[in-house]
Design a protein around this ligand. Structure first.
Ligand code: ADP
Ligand code: MG
Length: 254
């Protein structure tokens, strides 16, 4: 039976489907002559941590936004657990690049993070004690408890980055799209964020992470995609054989 998305009734995922499958994805921004993404096809199996690397302007953010449903592709398909974008809304959490958020918006850290729960509430449903407990737990995990009632405009860069991650984590999504979660953060924030990302692995979550930190790709990711001027240049497994249970299902049709 098909249950349309509303409140806590969710569309089922397709058994055995990749967490994310792109086929021929092409995105052209209005007024631009060059596509930001050109016929990109890739597959991220469930449970895998994948990195998206490439120079500035190579299309990393565009790809994540298209998967998050924020941009409409000109061509190609996006499947999330076998379903079109939007069918599994609550299963996908998106962390925007920090520079794309309006940090002057008058909202407290706790409120920002609580917004991550809204996909679970449904129309006009108020957050419940359980939602607030989950927010408190994530704030604690990311060392933000003392800042819960501070305006987001009053945070340092590293704290802002942790707040964005808190909002993504509290959603308890299965697929996390993280746009440069470690860029320009202080050492303490970096450590806290890296530990939280590592925790995702143990929970069997799938992550697609745009990153500039190439030094630790091999240790931190199971799969690496390289973009160059909107074209997928390369997909590879840094350490073949590791996590074989997950990686065996990687599509060979890329
Ligand atoms: P990355 O995240 O890898 O730095 P982006 O996805 O942000 O790359 O950008 C890819 C290309 O799309 C770049 O050429 C960039 O200038 C262009 N672009 C990004 N956002 C927009 C936009 N809103 N309007 C027009 N062009 C854009
Ligand atoms: Mg970007």
């Amino acid at each position: 039976m098909h249950i349309p998305y509303s409140g806590r009734h969710y569309t089922d995922i397709v058994a055995g489907a990749a967490a994310l499958a792109l086929d021929g994805l092409t995105v052209v921004y209005p007024g631009s002559s060059e596509p930001a993404l050109r016929t990109v096809s890739l597959s991220v199996p469930a449970g895998v941590r994948a990195a998206l690397v490439g120079a500035n302007g190579s299309g990393k953010s565009t790809l994540l936004k298209a998967v998050a449903g924020l941009l409409r592709p000109q061509a190609g398909t996006i499947r999330i657990y076998g379903r079109p974008v939007g069918a599994c809304h609550h299963r996908v959490a998106y962390l925007p690049q920090r520079g794309e958020v309006d940090w002057r918006f008058p909202v407290t850290v706790a409120r920002l993070v609580l917004a991550g729960r809204y996909v679970h509430l449904g129309w006009l449903r108020r957050p419940r004690a359980d939602d607030r407990r989950r927010v408190a737990a994530v704030l604690e995990q990311l060392g933000l408890s003392d800042l819960a009632h501070r305006q987001i405009s009053q945070l340092s860069g590293g704290q802002q980055q942790r707040a964005l991650l808190a909002r993504a984590l509290v959603q308890e999504a299965d697929l996390l799209l993280l746009d440069e979660p470690l860029s320009a953060v202080d050492a303490a924030s970096r450590q806290i964020i890296a530990r939280a990302l590592d925790g995702l692995r143990h929970q069997g979550k799938t992550a697609l992470v745009a990153t500039h930190h190439l030094d630790r790709l091999d240790e931190e990711f199971d799969l690496v995609f390289t973009l160059d001027e909107g074209v997928l240049q390369r997909s590879y497994r840094p350490l073949p054989g590791r996590e074989a249970g997950n990686l065996l299902s990687i599509s060979s049709s890329q």
